[in-house]
Design a protein around this ligand. Sequence first.
Ligand SMILES: C[S@@+](CC[C@H](N)C(=O)[O-])C[C@H]1O[C@@H](n2cnc3c(N)ncnc32)[C@H](O)[C@@H]1O
Length: 358
Amino acid sequence: MDAPVLDNARLERFVQRAMDDLAAGYGGVMVSLGHRLGLYKAMAGAGPLSAREVAQRAGCATRYVSEWLNSQAAAGYVDHHALSDTYELAPEQAMVLADESSPVFVPPAWNVPASMWADEPRTLQAFRTGQGVAWGEHDQRLACGVAAFYRNGYRASLVPQWLPALDGVVERLEHGIDVADIGCGHGHSTVLMAQAFPRSRFFGYDVHEDSIDQARRHAEAAGVADRVAFERASATQVPARGFGLVCFFDCLHDLGDPVAAARRAGEVLAEDGTVMLVEPYAKDRPEDNRDTVARLYYSASTTICCAHAISEGGQLVLGAQAGQKRLAEVFRQAGFAHFRRAAETPFNLILEARRRAP
Ligand SMILES: C[S@@+](CC[C@H](N)C(=O)[O-])C[C@H]1O[C@@H](n2cnc3c(N)ncnc32)[C@H](O)[C@@H]1O
């Protein structure tokens, strides 16, 4: 057989790309260290600092910090002023690396690939056997990483943009309704809604006991525990309460039987109730999902979302890049007559479903 003819320019570009990705993988460890050790916070708003000053502010050893700072400068994560040999975190870098309340705060999201690496033996086994891996079987950094990744986006968008994009829902929340947050995880979405709408009552359901405990702690800390209850329950066994709003935040595609979950949502909804479905942003055709966001989601979907859906029997394993058309079909099969896109962000589709067409 003839040796394949190599396009050397293409090879070089691809090797460069693979090296960039490898460096980014190493860089994730550096970001996590910078976050956990308070190095970014020590630099935020402080102007140019020597390595010694950064180390002193963060209470760390100078030699380690100076090497870390050079890793950050090489990555473009901090600026280095060569003449004064000082390092500076620009305001834009601080928003991404130091400000926990910023909608673009990234460091805790590195917990997700950390858990994916830790879980590699399970994933190898799953690929070979076809068996599932449940959400709660993963390294504990997964739940924290996912909750932190989505929390700031929810904080920026859920109350000011997504809920108002749903037909008539804000008025009903202001008046006072019962709301279900299915697959609530650490409950950040539930707590945000409870803070914004004190006349409504909120019920978070999840199968993962640790997440429910964490969600209860968040509600206590936010001072909304009087109107928020978290309970361990599967999406297909949510108790009937005549909910005015049923939410699925980034979880429908994780479920082993999304049609059954959507059907249950229809059963527990009030007559004029609304389902808010928040799913990872995706276009309908895989060939149109080829950007950075799709790359993140397909990777997480491979080891986490599909693996969990399979662990629950895998009637329909949607994956994290299902797209609106397939999600609409789930709700059609579950008996909903109305389904539309209410809003979108680079990371999320916000979809509205009702049992009857308006
Ligand atoms: C990707 S996380 C999303 C968590 C949260 N909604 C958020 O946006 O941060 C998916 C969640 O779905 C939960 N989950 C998985 N299967 C479930 C089921 N059958 N019923 C209820 N929750 C489930 C998991 O335990 C996990 O907390």
